[in-house]
Design a protein around this ligand. Sequence first.
Ligand SMILES: [Zn+2]
Length: 64
Amino acid sequence: MESGRSRICDRCKVELRLMDAQFSYLKRSFRHKVPRCPECGQVYIPEDLARGRMREVETTLEDK
Ligand SMILES: [Zn+2]
């Protein structure tokens, strides 16, 4: 059963590791820990981040 926390890279079949990543989004940047493949460097954006933080940034910009 999947723990829900650990993910496997489809390409490399290795467990992703949480790494501090910097995002640039609409000229704003922020840091967040995201699962990243240590082999190919592929970053997986968790759903809660995609829905939460991204939405938050978008909303902030729209309000101005
Ligand atoms: Zn990989």
